[in-house]
Ligand binder design. Sequence first.
Ligand code: CP3
Length: 345
Amino acid sequence: MRVSTTKPLLKSLAGEVPSRPPFWLMRQAGRYLPEYRATRAKAGNFLDLCYNPELAEEVTLQPLRRYGMDAAILFADILLIPHALGQPLAYREGEGPVLDPVRSATDLGKLDVSAIQKTLDPVYETVARLSQSIPKDCTLIGFAGAPWTVATYMVEGRGSKDYLHSKHWIYSDPAGFSTLIDILVEATTDYLLHQVAAGAEVIQIFDTWAGVLPDDEFRKWVIEPTRRIIEGLRRQHPELPVIGFPKGVGGNIIDFVRETGVSAVSLDTGTPVGWAAKEVQSLVPVQGNLDPLLLVEGGKAMEARARDIIETLGGKPFIFNLGHGIVPQTPPENVARLAEIIRGA
Ligand code: CP3
């Protein structure tokens, strides 16, 4: 398929193979950049930064100025949805996000879907500003967390290693947990439609913890809610490109692609690229999957792996990216070197 655009990322998503792969990096705006840390300090706390259109626009643009990525990803966070639903949320230094856990019907009753837009309005303003300010051939990506991953933070009240409370809920009271997922499907669809209306050209759905569920639960809480969100988006925007990122799901990525309706899929670091070239890239364009820790390492190890990924996946529609987000310890000069390698230097 050919699309009438000069934007390399949109071309790859439409199935074309440009002379070099387009690239962007998950969490490309963040603490590894001194200019991010300076803007963040100016904003106060992290949520203030997310809800300040001028500063959120600024941090979105920072990595583009240094490295010329082919996409800008809206600066926000997947936990703005629970926050907008009325769940108290704070980001603590060194601890990550902390929320008042939602674990019962009473807790669910306190969430208010009708109230989210008022809180989220500044995010749409950030998108609108970016759609005017990003470079001409750069694509604007909007995003949200997938219901399962967002639900794990809402239920655990923080990041988790074992998902004790979330899994207890799905196994003991699937109907109750469905209510939470339904709220998230509705709020997330609405949130993403507003992002598209404000100028987002592509949507990515982050399902970071998709890989911790057994098969049947994976279908119920990952595939099905994601499918419903995409269906809701496509009802209004039939051609909207949506990238899925179901991290850690192994071979289940095939059913994920076939059944959710994603236009492209992001591969985590553990996915063998040779396998993905045959089994996944034959279905949809793929994105990925350099180990973010190789970007910390740099040098020959990073270079060899990046070239290997490009060699294996670059012959078909492909977007270079990491297998997960950039970590704060990343030396900015390694990102510059990676950009050179992708551009063929
Ligand atoms: O540059 C971009 O990619 C856009 C912005 C973005 C952020 N978070 C900013 C952020 C995006 C796309 C996210 C997604 C996100 N947020 C995910 C899914 C992807 C993934 O990384 O797994 C998840 C699980 C979250 C939830 C979240 N937000 C956690 C667990 C944390 C704490 C851990 C950490 O890295 O500090 C955050 C905070 C956060 N979100 C930061 C940034 C730049 C760091 C906050 C700071 O400046 O102190």
